[in-house]
Design a protein around this ligand. Structure first.
Ligand SMILES: [Fe+2]
Length: 199
């Protein structure tokens, strides 16, 4: 395992043990198994690594995600014909704990998600319950049935099972730690929005 990934896992464990909101959402995994993990470079990794707000982030977990980025297996959660080529090029995501990550657990999945300034992550949903914990920058978090929230580093939000949600950046990028619990194998799908919700 790359040393940067071992360090990243330690920082994740520390966050779960020291931040009660994160630890109450899901305790650090007790059943971690290392799995085959090879780096996969995508254009979004270059965007991630060239972002000054990420490079100079203060939170230890943000630094750990930045330092592990060259060793990460970067993901494209949505195809370009589903969501558009621009989004695929600019939306960054890699997994630490989960099927595409370096360890597997039946208790949780753990990712980093990164978006540059001025990007809209459309409405989507999934059976897994989800927590976003902001590590750097800021973003507007939207959840069906609840007011929009602007979150900065240390802020977090929970998406209930199958609750449609979206994320938008304006003048700053965002890096967030993303946790899933329950229904870990079901992928996210874009949410068909009723006309009245779009206009
Ligand atoms: Fe989600």
């Amino acid at each position: 395992m790359a040393p940067a990934f071992e360090h990243l896992l330690n920082e994740i464990r520390t966050l779960h043990e020291t931040d009660s909101l994160v630890g109450d959402f899901v305790s650090f995994a007790t059943d971690l198994r290392p799995i085959d993990h090879s780096p996969r470079h995508l254009p979004c990794a270059d965007h991630f690594l060239s972002e000054p707000i990420f490079k100079h982030a203060q939170l230890p977990l943000a630094k750990a995600f930045y330092d592990a980025a060259p060793d990460a297996h970067w993901l494209e959660p949505y195809s370009s014909n589903m969501i558009g080529e621009d989004f695929v090029q600019r939306f960054g995501c890699y997994c630490v704990i989960g099927e595409s990550g370096a360890w597997l657990s039946d208790e949780l999945s753990a990712y980093v998600v990164a978006m540059p300034a001025g990007l809209h992550y459309p409405w989507h949903h999934h059976p897994a319950e989800e927590m976003y914990y902001v590590l750097a920058g800021e973003g507007i978090f939207m959840r069906e049935g609840e007011p929009d929230e602007v979150l900065k580093p240390g802020g977090c939000v929970v998406h209930a099972s199958n609750q449609p949600h979206a994320l938008e950046t304006t003048h700053q990028p965002i890096m967030a730690y993303v946790l899933w619990r329950n229904h870990l194998k079901d992928k996210p799908v874009l949410t068909e929005r009723p006309i009245s919700a779009i206009f």
